[in-house]
Write a protein that binds this ligand. Structure first.
Ligand code: IPM
Ligand code: MN
Length: 369
């Protein structure tokens, strides 16, 4: 039987709870599917800082390089507000993204039929919504240098973050957007701010060039200023298929898109590198879009769906287990369809906990399997 090695990095806040839920799903597929999953675990974020004084240890980074895929829960929390900037919990996650060169972050926003009422938008605007935000993840403002706070001669301070992109960085994410659109409704919307940023001018130029010179004529390309894009996401989200954008705009726009679907607790993500020239395998990390939610951590009430669906993306994109991934998506839809709700998506009534929601999804898997 094929075997895959998954590194679990549960992290902080609700990370460990939703990771434990995902682990039950991993075990179910290991026992009932075509592939055996071996899991290893390590620390990332605030818990790693508490244990080692770093947001991720060298040993954990080594394990990340060796794993077939990584599943990460969440990092951060008020407990670590005062730790030095380069050791803050988020630094562990950012280091993994950068060191593993996970430049492509796929953030699907899908509205499950059972949840159309949970959105803050009118039901008809989001019913059937299925869009994919493709966020560039290893460049731009997150990593550009200089990145510093300096004290000026007059005693004032001056803070700098640098927005920087090269042709190659833009071209590879554009290519990925066109390839993904081909497997979906065939439309790409590229978002930047070429009206005020030089990086936006280059972004638009390179995306257009890849489109025109690399044979993507079967896909439609449109450009939109990122602020207008945010507005359109809320006005008429179903006009979009794939949205490709930079690291910072993608961070903002994907939170907006996530909330359209009813809850941040629903959305998975995949962060992928380029395929290895020799093996064809991509480095990959899967994580929910939601954060560590310190306010509900440890209470057993967190919605595990984003984390469980992240494992679904892992089966789909890292292991090519498309049938299994489809089955898991159907099980999640089935559990929701039968009325299973955690607090974040319940409209009044009795909300269930993390464990019960996971039970409901496993019960659907048993039915489908
Ligand atoms: C995300 C998160 C991260 C980001 C944080 C935790 C560093 O908000 O994955 O969207 O800003 O990229
Ligand atoms: Mn974010």
């Amino acid at each position: 039987m094929a075997s895959q090695n998954i590194l679990l990095l549960p992290g902080d806040g609700i990370g460990p709870e939703v990771s434990a839920a995902a682990e039950r799903i991993i075990e179910w597929f290991s026992a009932n599917g075509s592939t055996k999953f071996e899991t290893e675990r390590d620390l990332v974020g605030g818990c790693a800082y508490d244990a080692h004084g770093e947001a991720i240890s060298e040993a954990a980074v080594e394990k990340a390089f060796a794993a077939d895929a990584i599943l990460l829960g969440a990092v951060g929390g008020p407990k670590w507000d005062k730790v030095p900037y380069d050791k803050r919990p988020e630094a562990g996650l950012l280091r993994l993204r950068k060191d593993l060169d996970l430049f492509a972050n796929l953030r699907p926003a899908i509205c499950y039929p059972a949840l159309a009422k949970a959105s803050s938008l009118k039901q008809e605007l989001i019913e059937g919504l299925d869009i994919l935000i493709l966020r560039e993840l290893t460049g731009g403002t997150y990593f550009g240098e200089p990145k510093e706070i300096v004290t000026l001669e007059n005693g004032e301070k001056r803070a700098v973050d640098t927005q920087v992109y090269t042709t190659g960085e833009i071209a590879r994410i554009a290519r990925m957007a066109f390839e993904l659109a081909r497997t979906r409704s065939g439309k790409v919307t590229s978002m930047e701010k070429h009206n005020v940023m030089r990086s936006g001018v280059l972004w638009k130029e390179v995306v257009t060039n890849v489109y025109e010179t690399e044979g993507f004529g079967d896909v439609r390309l449109e450009h939109m200023l990122a602020d207008a894009g945010g507005m359109q996401l809320v006005r008429n989200p179903k006009q979009f298929d794939v949205i490709v954008t930079d690291n910072l705009f993608g961070d903002l726009l994907s939170d907006v898109a996530a909330m359209l679907t009813g809850s941040l607790g629903m959305l998975p993500s995949a962060s992928l590198g380029l395929p290895d020239a020799a093996t064809g395998k991509r480095k990959s990390l899967y994580e929910p879009v939601h954060g560590s939610a310190p306010d509900i951590a440890g209470k057993g009430v967190a919605n595990p769906i984003a984390m469980i669906a992240s494992f679904g993306m892992c089966m789909r994109y890292s292991f090519g287990l498309v049938e299994e991934a489809d089955m898991l998506d159907r099980a999640i839809a089935g559990a929701l369809g039968s009325g299973a709700r955690t607090g974040d998506i319940a409209d009044g009534g009795n909300a269930m906990g993390t464990t019960e929601m996971t039970d409901a999804i496993i019960a659907e898997l048993v039915k489908l399997g």
